[in-house]
Each structure stands twice: as C-alpha cells, then as structure tokens.
Design a protein around this ligand. Structure first.
Ligand code: F6R
Length: 261
C-alpha cells in the first residue's frame, strides 16, 4: 500500500520531498526525475532549488521527463508545459535544459509523439522518482477518468472540469487547449517510485479514491495501488476523507529511522 504522510502544509511537503530528491541525486548524479506541472509540486521545486543553493550539489547531469503537455499551443507559449518546466524547475534548480524532455504537443508530429516519448523514457533507463499531483476529476498526468491502467503516452481530451480548473493560467477559459499529450497510467506505473502530493479540501475526494477506493479506471489515481513504492504527501484538508488516517499517522510516527520515503 501507499505510505501516506500527513504534513502541516505545502511548504513542509516541499521540504520533505526535496530532501528525498536531494539524497537520490547525491547517490545517483544522473537520476531521472518525473516532473509534474500545475500548482501542487511548486513547493518541492522551490525547496530543492533552495537546498541546492544553500549546500551546493551538482545537478548538471540530472535528467527529467515532464508528465504532459498541451497540444497545439504555439511554440514558446508561456503556459506550455515546456515553458512552465523551464521557468519553475530547470532555471531555479539549475538543471541542464538539454537533459529535460517534455512531450511534443506540436500538431505536425503529434501522431508519433507518444511513441517517441515512450522510447526516450526507455532509453534513459526509466524514471527514478515520479512527482504527481492529482486533479479533482481524479486524473494523474492528464489521464482523465476511463483511462486504461495500461495506457502509454498518447493524446487525451481534457474534461471540461479540468479545463475550467486550468483556466486560471490562461487569459480566457476558451484559451485552455482541448487536447493534451500525457504519459499514460502504464507509463507512470513503470517509474520506480511515485510521490503523489495534494493540498486542500478540493482534493480530498480524489485522494481518498486514489488511496483507498476500489481500483477502477473511473478513478485514474487508483492506479497507484498497483505500484510497490508509493508515497502520498498531503495536508490535513486533502487527507480529510481517508478512512485509515489513524493507521497512516501511526505508521509514520513509528517509521524505521533507516528508511527514507
Ligand atoms: C500536471 C498534471 C496534472 C496536475 C493536476 C493537479 O502535469 O499532470 O495531473 O498535477 O491537474 O493540478 P494542480 O496541482 O494545479 O492542482
């Protein structure tokens, strides 16, 4: 089962996960990170950036794969995930831009983009740690309800709920693309460690469905239950619909000192 860690706030989650990423990079300088976008993982990226600047760490060999990208945005669009990853992750942490890949949402090559991305991940030896957020629809990546647990990187249609949630990043809701290219649930499940973060009451149902609900394509986040190494880092509000809260707290309080997340 997933290890569920309930933290005081998003900043504490950021510190916890950044520390684990730092240890990974210290042990394996060319580690492969799976990078989510959206608001949720930002505290992780800023805590890792602060850590790297406070106590220098060579991150030039670190490799990264974004989870997803919008389809059809003009190149260089500030809300393309390529631009977001560059701004929020690559530049502040000091990663090498050439080592960071984002699915290609260019319409001209979209038919082969999923296959190419899968191959690139395989060529890199797979993802060591996949950072995940979760949408209110229960999506991880942009695998909206109904996505196969075996799915690989491909084009998906965003739900209207997800488009509305992401409208805050665009000047008008109509500007949010209808399509995205996303790692599949099968792709995500191949990463060696999944770290799912969620904050706020609006995520509580999706978190409960992912962690404790029946495994079903209707709750794509529940695919994490098939994975042998999952860490779910959430605040009290996002944890509020979990049935086994007492046990999660008990296990965390008694966690063996030698064991990382
Ligand atoms: C982003 C992604 C999505 C987001 C999810 C939550 O790359 O794949 O699954 O993690 O939509 O978004 P936020 O964090 O903005 O609430």
């Amino acid at each position: 089962m997933a290890e569920v860690v309930i933290v005081e706030n998003a900043a504490a989650a950021g510190e916890l996960v950044a520390e684990s990423l730092r240890s990974l990079i210290e042990a394996r300088p060319d580690a492969v990170l799976g990078l989510a976008t959206g608001s949720t993982p930002l505290p992780v990226y800023s805590a890792l950036a602060a850590s790297v600047h406070r106590t220098p760490l060579d991150v030039t060999l670190v490799r990264g794969f974004a989870l997803d990208e919008y389809v059809g945005l003009p190149e260089g669009h500030p809300q393309s995930y390529r631009a977001v990853i560059t701004r929020d992750v690559v530049e502040p942490i000091g990663l090498t831009p050439q080592n960071i890949q984002v699915p290609n949402g260019n319409l001209e090559t979209i038919e082969s983009a999923g296959r190419d991305y899968e191959q690139a991940i395989l060529d890199a030896g797979g993802v060591d740690v996949q950072i995940l957020g979760i949408g209110r629809t229960g999506h991880i990546g942009f695998n909206e309800p109904g996505s196969s647990f075996a799915s690989l990187t491909r084009v998906k249609t965003l739900t209207e709920e997800t488009r509305a949630d992401n409208a805050r990043f665009f000047s008008s809701p109509d500007d949010v693309p209808m399509h995205c290219i996303t790692q599949g649930l099968g792709t995500i499940r191949r990463a060696r460690h999944l770290v799912l973060l969620a904050f706020g009451e609006a995520k509580a149902d999706a978190v409960a469905a992912a962690v404790e609900g029946p495994m079903t394509a209707s709750a794509p986040g529940s695919a994490i239950q098939l994975h042998p190494h999952v860490t779910v880092v959430i605040d009290e509000a996002a944890a509020s619909r979990l049935a086994n809260l007492d046990y999660y707290r008990h296990a965390w309080a008694n966690k063996p000192a030698w064991q990382g997340i």
